[in-house]
Ligand binder design. Sequence first.
Ligand code: NAG
Ligand code: NAG
Ligand code: MN
Length: 426
Amino acid sequence: MFLLSSSLSLLFAILPFSRCSFYDNPELELPTESSTPLDELKAKWDHEVSSASSTSGIHVKCLSAPYEPFDIGIIGAPFDTAVSYRPGARFGPRAIRAASARQTTFRGFNHRAHLNPYTSWPLILDCGDIPITPFDNALALHQMTSAYLELLARRPLSHGNPESHVHPKLITLGGDHSVALPALRALQKTYAQPIAVLHFDAHLDTWHPGAYPSAWAETPTQADFTHGTMFWIASQEGLINNSSSVHAGLRTRLLGNDFNDYDDDERQGFLRIETDDIDAVGVQGIIDLIMERIGTEVPVYLSVDIDVLDPGIAPGTGTPEPGGWTTRELIQILRGIEGLNLVGGDIVEVSPAYESGHGESTALAGAQVVFEILTSMVKRGLVDRGDWIEGAIKKPGRVIGGAKKSVLGKLKQVVEKVQEVVRDEL
Ligand SMILES: *[C@@H]1O[C@H](CO)[C@@H](O)[C@H](O)[C@H]1NC(C)=O
Ligand SMILES: *[C@@H]1O[C@H](CO)[C@@H](O)[C@H](O)[C@H]1NC(C)=O
Ligand SMILES: [Mn+2]
């Protein structure tokens, strides 16, 4: 085993990251407020691939509709040919959309946040899917990066209000996790700075491409770009802020015989929060760790791999790891970090084929994650516009949680009295 481990390290050492390897995109210019002619947009983007059936919300194929301004776009990335184990996440967007059927404008009040994101300041659009080839990952990466750049260059409907709102915000429905690389490439270019990554996942995803040992490593292939290496590539490209990024929910097995993977991860500047930490510090402790690390100013990409949840709750995913967080814990954590300056986000690795017999639990969790991210983007916008008044919407009838001890004591007395009466009548 020692031999294996040292030869692995050797492999890492002799495999320099090449800046002009096969998965590089051609140099892409950042369009200034998308000026691409309509016929070109239609030729590039106006054909169906695999999903795009929205059951709720306004649905526009944003990529070929530059005349439809929006503030926050939900965009599908039905791509899953960079996975190490089970394929199927290309059907994630359609499953999450179907599972969002009961997220309506009229019943969209998020009681945890005291806000209905669908009736507030931004125009939220379901932007349909990016047409992505399943045959050539280098081309797929190019297509996704181009699509993000195209949409981020649009002028948002509520441009400048709040002041920082000069680019639309996108939430991606994956797709496997590799879709985060093109999103980060486009965000780094758009905001002209490295982006902090808040990464919920059972896995590190900062793995060196050589972590999959191969005698063929010297031969150019597309194998470096995977759903376990995209953050490593992004770090190498300087896309990630290396002093304010965080992994949360880790419980993956590691390579070899030691914590080498963690060392490599630290060199890329991530703080690691493990799944089990929640037992020591609780939900609030996790929230505090994240907020202390990231703060409320740096631009953040929030990337949620659904496998952060326990596979007993969310089995529909490609690389399940037992012993994860519950959906309730994840929702509470997402609510607790609503002060972040989110510039984009994703929900990835929802793979509905593995849900059979479980209803839509994984896709429902995915749809809820989108709802919470949306809520946070909308709420932060309200705060920045000066339109958020804390406590303006009261929560009536709140007994448990915020209740004073005296209230709980009174409640107990009432229950006991009722029980007495029932006993007497029997
Ligand atoms: C962190 O990123 C900055 C700028 O993006 C870079 O100058 C610095 O060398 C990086 N630090 C490490 C330890 O990689
Ligand atoms: C990274 O984030 C920190 C705040 O955590 C910020 O001070 C710093 O400027 C950021 N680095 C870059 C290169 O943007
Ligand atoms: Mn992942």
